[in-house]
Design a protein around this ligand. Structure first.
Ligand SMILES: Cc1cc2nc3c(=O)[nH]c(=O)nc-3n(C[C@H](O)[C@H](O)[C@H](O)COP(=O)(O)OP(=O)(O)OC[C@H]3O[C@@H](n4cnc5c(N)ncnc54)[C@H](O)[C@@H]3O)c2cc1C
Length: 471
């Protein structure tokens, strides 16, 4: 059986190479240079469309841990990233040309891979397995065919990310726990009350704050249901107070009164370590979000951010309802979505998801189902995100980088500064155990070393116009 991989990006290239290295015939359909998305410029596979950074390489950081796990699993993308590394402090940044060319050469010269340079306009029929790895800018015809297969409500074309704050950095002397009209558990939300002056000051800063310019291919067309807060504020100074900041059904227990406006925080993870600012999707630049939210929203003065808000062109499936436990599409069981189209976000996360998809298909070809990596590992945290297991019920599914809030929470109480080390140590053991159970080779890798200069540095930018998460 040959496996068709559609899309030669981070996920598709990783998936194709892992399958081929295991002896599977792969047909890799990559549309460049015949056709390219507005963001893709190079002819090579695995193109890094923006920043040349794969973010922090420190394994105490969730993405650094994901790097380590991919190295331990023998990921071709990580192997070539390490070879093309440029000095960038804590980050794994690469010479994008060397990186892309090396992966392209590997795929071109691989005896098990046939590279087909064409656009795929429709999902191929089964029964042979198909990997759908066409990324955030999936071609229109293919996206239309996908909608036919799964239903329009399960495919989004824009993300709308509200910021997420670390729960223990919210000032609980200001926040009060309450649901609107006492619905649900009665205290499901945390509410940050604003008086009229505070609200006016916030709206003023929001209107004046610096915004991220839209790319040419991003229309200033938003779904009414998820307008950025600054767009709402432009429509009228009171619009937010009647929209996401409406105070109706809430009473501040300290005053006994309804506040003028509120910012509501909703749990992002079951354990409540991370809280989402409800309805606060925004195109403010990241430094402006930190400054304005910290200065103008009572209770967020000391906020540490798990994620900041953004709105991007981004084609992605509703993972929890569209994708089955074995990673295939419910509606087309021979099709395995991989990478960013599943709702993971970022170069490394997409490559990791491509790797996992290859492993799942290899297991299927052996007549078994791959056990999911444990939710205590970074790879397993991505699975918890895509399946929805990491999120509370009714959660608005949006793309996510790998973050510790997606992991299974630590058992017991731990000092804040010990938590990341504990999670890293737990993940290292868990990956080893999973490998033994799932029949996946997990190798020893040396502890992370300082960056080795390979070529002249092109340092990663902490540029708010990118999707790069700092740190
Ligand atoms: C403007 C922009 C900036 C970004 N900046 C960053 C950043 O700084 N850091 C970061 O970590 N992530 C960034 N991302 C996200 C990052 O690009 C993705 O996470 C990652 O590339 C996704 O990998 P993928 O393999 O799923 O998709 P991609 O890497 O996009 O690969 C998909 C491939 O499929 C091809 N394709 C699409 N449709 C078809 C078709 N019908 N037939 C055949 N081939 C097709 C595309 O040409 C592409 O080569 C950015 C994304 C965009 C759009």
């Amino acid at each position: 059986m040959a496996v068709t991989v559609i899309g030669g990006g981070l996920a598709g290239t990783e998936c194709a190479l892992v399958l081929a290295d295991a002896g599977v015939e792969v047909r890799l359909v990559a549309q460049k240079p015949v056709k390219r998305s507005p963001a893709h410029k190079l002819d090579t596979l695995a193109e890094l469309v923006c920043s040349n950074s794969l973010r922090s390489d420190n394994p105490e950081n969730a993405v650094g841990l994901l790097h380590e796990e991919l190295r331990r699993l023998g990921s071709p993308v990580l192997e070539e990233a390490d070879k093309a590394r440029v000095p960038a402090g804590d980050a794994l940044a690469v010479d994008r040309d060397l990186f892309g060319k090396a992966l392209t050469a590997r795929a071109f010269s691989h005896p098990k891979i046939s590279l087909v340079r064409e656009e795929c306009a429709a999902l191929p029929e089964g029964p042979d397995f198909v990997v759908l790895a066409t990324g955030p800018l999936t071609g229109e015809s293919l996206a239309a065919d996908l909608v036919k297969a799964i239903g329009a409500e399960r495919l989004a074309f824009y993300d709308a990310l509200a910021p997420i704050v670390q729960g223990d950095t919210v000032d609980r002397s200001i926040a009060f726990a309450q649901s609107r009209y006492g619905k649900g558990g009665g205290d499901d939300y945390l509410n940050l009350p604003l008086n009229k002056d505070e609200y006016e000051r916030f709206v003023g800063e929001l209107l004046a704050g610096q915004k991220v310019a839209a790319h040419d291919f991003e229309e200033a067309r938003y779904f009414e249901g998820c307008l950025p807060i600054e767009v709402m504020a432009e429509r009228g100074r009171d619009v937010l107070a009647y929209g996401p900041m409406k105070p109706v059904g809430l009473r501040d227990p300290r005053t006994g009164l309804q506040p003028h406006a509120v910012v509501q925080l909703r749990r992002e993870d079951v354990a409540g370590t991370a809280w989402n600012l409800v309805g606060f999707q925004t195109r403010l630049t990241w430094p402006e979000q930190k400054r304005i939210f910290g200065a103008c929203i009572p209770g967020l003065q000391q906020a540490e951010w798990v994620r900041l808000g953004q709105v991007h062109r981004n084609t992605f499936l509703h993972g929890p309802s569209a994708i089955a436990v074995d990673g295939s599409l419910h509606a087309r069981p021979h099709v395995f979505p991989a990478g960013q189209i599943t709702g993971v976000e970022g170069y490394v996360e997409s490559a990791a998801h491509g790797h996992l998809t290859a492993r799942r298909i290899l297991a299927r070809l052996e007549g078994r189902q791959l056990a999911d990596p444990p939710g205590t590992t970074a790879l397993g945290a991505l699975v918890r995100h895509v399946t929805g297991a990491a999120h509370p019920e009714g959660h608005d599914y949006q793309p996510s980088n790998v973050i510790y809030a997606l992991f299974e929470p630590l058992v017991g109480r731990h000092k804040k500064h010990d938590r990341k080390t504990k999670m890293m140590e737990r993940a290292r053991v868990a990956l080893q155990q999973w490998g033994a159970l799932a029949g996946v080779k997990v190798r020893e890798v040396p502890e992370r070393k300082a960056a080795v200069p390979v070529v002249a540095a092109e340092l990663p930018k902490s540029d708010p116009t990118t999707r790069m998460v700092e740190g």
